[in-house]
Write a protein that binds this ligand. Structure first.
Ligand code: ADP
Ligand code: ADP
Ligand code: ZN
Ligand code: ZN
Length: 954
């Protein structure tokens, strides 16, 4: 029950909010327990975000800004404080929202979670470099390591410490030898004997017989050759393991050898005939290649030093697209895998490749996807005078003055993996560095599930020293991988580009980052973290939220998901309705108390007193659009079909392939068919009754407008009629105000200072911009003369402040206005203000506005295929009923709907289900089931089936 006497509570145990009035909140006061998991729920538009984000988080931000600097503080008087008497016990607030904030194409799952930072460190510290020539370990010898090795030789062995002489190219041998003499050395190890330099010089100068040195008479010329193989003798000693004096003399001599020989040292063991010579080098080289020392920067693709020079760290370039050149990877080169070599005029290139590569051992009859990596590179780049795809396209490039070649080239171009770094983003040298035979690029390529297993088995493969160095880094990596798997993202790989993630995925990545930071004593505010999560994964998410709380944080979750509500320590319900009908604290307490509250709407759905209705009869599936061989990303090449004029729902655990199927197969194929173009996706085929679909609309959660000028009433095109109405009022006519005068988008009637925005944006250095209400028009957006024009008793600025529901009553007599805004009411957005800037709308609201636009033209006789991506985002059980009514209206008017959805209340109402999986990533991508929902219950493998069972019970 709401705590009434909040004044007396201790702010160490409670976050206390007094009289919150932001947006639609009706002056509510409440106390949220500190360091607990609290869920805020209520119908959409009831005021949940107004409380969590616009009040609590905004105040947290404001206090943070206040603590910053004088420069920033000078603006503080103008920054709006949330409308609230006071908030006590507010800790630093961290908001984890849906928005995908990253536009940085180099940002990946690995960098966003910081796992990649630790991997870089790990590879820099304990990575071993292997020569790509011989595959052998590249090591730099140090004085210490040489001495240590020498001391392991059998006691008493006599050794010579020497160095290969590096002769200056401008000196003759006698000159060089004289210099060596001057430095104080007097012997060479020469022709397997120790010889005095003076003897050699005497021979060269005087031509004496030189029996001591060579068995035959030598000419000067031959001497030069022999000398090239001579070593400068530095020291002679015999091995005595426990003699410190010997060891220290050895160290001095090795140091001298490295110095005189520019980094080389040769040890000749006179007592070992098998391996008489040991070679050491203090340079990082092998097989004649000098290698780079592994450093953190070598593994950094955000930095010019580490980034691949060709793609600059993006991993992709505009080039020849593998998927377009080899559309069907199940066939062999012989059978025509290379699409560009098909057809009569190009066939000769295929013939040439086959005739040259086959004798060299290329398996021309093996399907492309079974070729080894080397064989694929061969087919692409050629080998030993055998021209391949690369040479073929280079030839086309050289002939682009011919139009047909240019057309041909364009057909195979696209954003492709950079062939230089093979998409790893790093310079090639980084791939020479390995840990337990894996390079850093190998690791970021695999799914995190597998990566975790690899790390679990790593310890025994490391030396004790390496393990000691790596231990702390390994713990950090392990923690974050565990979090990532726990939030249901184990199917992602670390190199997956962050901007290709869905809103829900990137939100959960932020949770992982927060957990990794080990911050305690903070207030975390999350906006529907269950978005994009299958029921199976929601349980894991709750564990993670718990962990965040147990670290000592207060966790506040705006959420509609039943399971999350059931697990919370405390539930806060805002309602009862939306907009002006909401904003009250309708419940606060634990779950048990909530279930006992018979009047509460949320409780009624939780207890089953109210529910989303299952249709009495499913619509018959008569005609289908069919998709053959769906094989993008993890999809395993199955066939699938969707009935026309029905509601189909695509389900499956996160990462099972739903988006891949819809966005990368179904939509592109349909779009090309509708626009009568050559299909871009060549591997999959479209068939069935697809020609009956005339248009396709994809309705996602992307914002509908990025400026504060776009708002629901302009988006619905209802503002034109309203402006018209205002220009017809007597006071307008008197002053000659045209409809344009009532626009905030063109000069005239709008405020000149803010240009009709109503707000002014102040750019802050180092910080997010700050928005302030325009001082000139006080946020009204218009000049005062315009505001004097009234219809009934409201001016144009007042109208923009009406909610949709209020406007419907206000404009009751104007059908043209009503018909344009009514659809907003129908999709459950009656609580929105007509002039609410689109940037303040949530993803779910934006999506429902787009749906409303289609409801306006619902009578359009052209059958449309509607595809929705999780339309229940932001919806309370009660709102789902309203949403489904709109969907049914689309069907009744002859359209077709496909919904990607996890919400069981939507799944159960489907006419047709397509379930993918059974698992995520590589273990997913199969068609588990298609048909009516009841049939799914019989499928053992389906996770969706397990959860749907309860919902389908009568
Ligand atoms: P919920 O989070 O429960 O869906 P909100 O807190 O977003 O609801 O919205 C509650 C009410 O406040 C709605 O009527 C909404 O139109 C209004 N509102 C939300 N944000 C703003 C804003 N920035 N300015 C004016 N009104 C707003
Ligand atoms: P769902 O929509 O069911 O959550 P997705 O279709 O997004 O699943 O993902 C299915 C699999 O395909 C996952 O393993 C995912 O990592 C992979 N995948 C999806 N999109 C891409 C992409 N753009 N690049 C690489 N892999 C992707
Ligand atoms: Zn590259
Ligand atoms: Zn202004």
């Amino acid at each position: 029950m709401p705590i009434t006497d909040i004044e007396s509570l201790d702010h160490k145990s409670f976050l206390i909010i007094k009289n919150a009035r932001q947006n639609n909140l009706k002056g509510i006061s409440l106390a949220i327990p500190q360091q607990k998991l609290t869920v805020i729920t209520g119908v959409s538009g009831s005021g949940k975000s107004s409380l969590a984000f616009d009040t609590l988080y905004a105040e947290g931000q404001r206090r943070y800004v206040e603590s910053l600097s004088a420069y920033v503080r000078q603006f503080m008087g103008k920054i709006n404080k949330p409308a609230v008497d006071y908030i006590r016990g507010l800790s630093p607030a961290v908001a984890i929202q849906q928005k995908v904030n990253t536009n940085n194409p180099r940002s990946t799952v690995g960098t966003a979670t910081e796992i990649y930072d630790y991997l870089r460190l790990l590879y820099a510290r304990i990575g071993k470099t292997y020569s790509p020539e011989s595959g052998e370990l590249v090591q730099r010898d140090t004085i210490d390591s040489v001495v240590r090795e020498l001391l392991t030789l059998p006691t008493g062995n006599k050794v010579i410490i020497a160095t290969a002489i590096v002769r200056n190219a401008e000196r003759s041998w006698p000159e060089e030898l004289n210099i060596i003499l001057q430095k104080g050395f007097n012997r060479l190890y020469f022709n397997q004997r120790v010889t005095f330099i003076e003897d050699i010089l005497a021979f060269i100068n005087g031509g004496e017989t030189w029996n001591d040195i060579a068995d035959e008479k030598l000419t000067i010329k031959k001497t030069d050759k022999l000398l090239d193989a001579a070593y400068l003798l530095i020291d002679r000693l015999s091995i005595e393991p426990d003699n410190e004096e010997i060891a220290s003399r050895m160290a001095d001599s090795v140091q001298t050898a490295f110095f005189e020989g520019m980094g080389n040292c040769v040890v000749i063991n006179l007592d070992n005939e098998l391996t008489p010579k040991l070679l050491f080098s203090d340079k990082f080289e092998k097989d004649g290649i000098e290698f780079l020392q592994p450093t953190v920067n070598l593994f950094t693709f955000n930095n010019p030093y580490g980034a691949c020079k060709v793609c600059e760290g993006f991993g992709s370039v505009i080039g020849i697209d593998e998927d377009k050149v080899i559309p069907d990877k199940n066939i062999s080169v012989y059978d025509g895998a290379v699409a560009a070599w098909r057809g009569e005029s190009m066939n000769e290139y295929k013939e040439e490749f086959i005739s040259k590569a086959s004798p060299l051992g290329f398996p021309i009859h093996r399907p492309y996807n079974e070729l080894s990596k080397e064989e694929r590179l061969w087919l692409w780049n050629g080998k030993r005078g055998c021209p391949a795809i690369k040479q073929f396209f280079a030839y086309l490039e050289s002939k682009t003055y011919k139009i047909q070649y240019r057309v041909l080239l364009a057909r195979y171009k696209g954003k492709t993996k950079c062939m230089d770094c093979e998409g790893t983003r790093l310079r090639i040298e980084a791939s020479y560095v390995k840990i337990a035979s894996k390079s850093i690029s190998d690791l970021v390529d695999v799914q995190c599930n597998e990566l975790k297993n690899w790390f679990d088995e790593l310890k025994p493969k490391l030396s004790d020293t390496d393990y000691a160095i790596a231990q702390r880094i390994l713990t950090e990596i392990d923690n974050r991988l565990t979090f990532l798997i726990d939030v249901g993202l184990g199917y992602l790989s670390l190199n997956r580009a962050a901007r290709t993630l869905s809103g829900g995925e990137s939100q959960r990545i932020q949770i992982v980052t927060s957990l990794g930071s080990n911050l305690t004593g903070a207030l975390y505010i999350l906006d529907e973290p269950s978005i994009g999560l299958h029921s199976r994964d929601t349980e894991k998410l709750i564990t993670v939220l718990r962990r965040l709380q147990r670290l000592g944080n207060t966790v506040l979750v705006v959420e509609h998901d039943e399971d999350v509500m059931r697990q919370a320590d405390e539930v806060v319900d805002i309602g009862p309705g939306a907009g002006t009908l909401g904003g009250h604290l309708t419940f606060q307490g634990n779950l048990e108390q909530l279930l006992a509250d018979k009047d509460n709407l949320t409780a009624q759905y939780l207890t089953g007193a109210m529910s989303v209705a299952i249709p009495e009869k499913r619509r018959p599936a008569l005609n289908f659009i069919e998709f053959k061989n769906c094989d993008k990303n993890n999809l395993k090449g199955f066939d699938v079909k969707f009935p026309l004029n029905c509601i189909s729902v695509v389900t499956g655990v996160s990462g099972s392939g739903k988006s891949s199927l819809m966005k990368e197969v179904v939509m592109p194929l349909m779009r090309d068919a509708i626009e009568k173009r050559n299909p871009q996706v060549v591997a999959s085929k479209l068939s069935g009754s697809y020609k009956k679909v005339i248009k396709m609309e994809f309705i996602d959660q992307d914002p509908i407008g990025k400026s504060s000028r776009s708002n629901p009433v302009t988006y619905m095109k209802a503002f034109d009629a309203i402006r018209d109405l205002y220009s017809k009022q007597p006071s307008s006519k008197q002053r000659g105000f045209t409809p344009a005068y009532f626009s905030f988008n063109v000069d005239g009637g709008r405020c000149d200072v803010c240009k009709g925005e109503g707000i002014q944006t102040i750019e802050m250095q180092f910080m997010a911009d700050v928005e302030m209400i325009c001082e000139n028009c006080n946020g009204a957006r218009y000049k005062s003369e315009v505001l004097e024009v009234k219809y009934q008793n409201l001016n144009i600025a007042d109208v923009l402040k009406l909610t949709v529901a209020e406007a419907i009553t206000f404009f009751a007599e104007h059908k043209d206005i009503i018909s344009n805004i009514m659809p907003l009411q129908k999709v459950g957005l009656g609580y929105l203000h007509l002039g609410q800037p689109s940037i303040h709308l949530s993803g779910g609201e934006a999506q429902r506005i787009k749906l409303a636009v289609y409801l306006q033209k619902i009578n359009n006789p052209e059958p449309i295929l509607f595809i929705f991506d999780e339309p229940t985002t932001g919806l309370h059980f009660h709102d789902i009923n309203t949403l489904m009514e709109s969907m049914y209206a689309l069907i009744d008017n002859g359209h077709t709907v496909i919904i990607i959805e996890h919400n069981l209340d939507v799944i159960k109402t489907a006419d047709w289900l397509v379930d993918l999986g059974p698992e995520a990533g590589d273990e997913g991508g199969n068609l588990v089931y298609q048909g009516v929902p009841e049939g799914l219950l019989k499928i053992k493998d389906s996770h969706t089936g397990k959860y749907l069972k309860d919902k389908l019970k009568p």
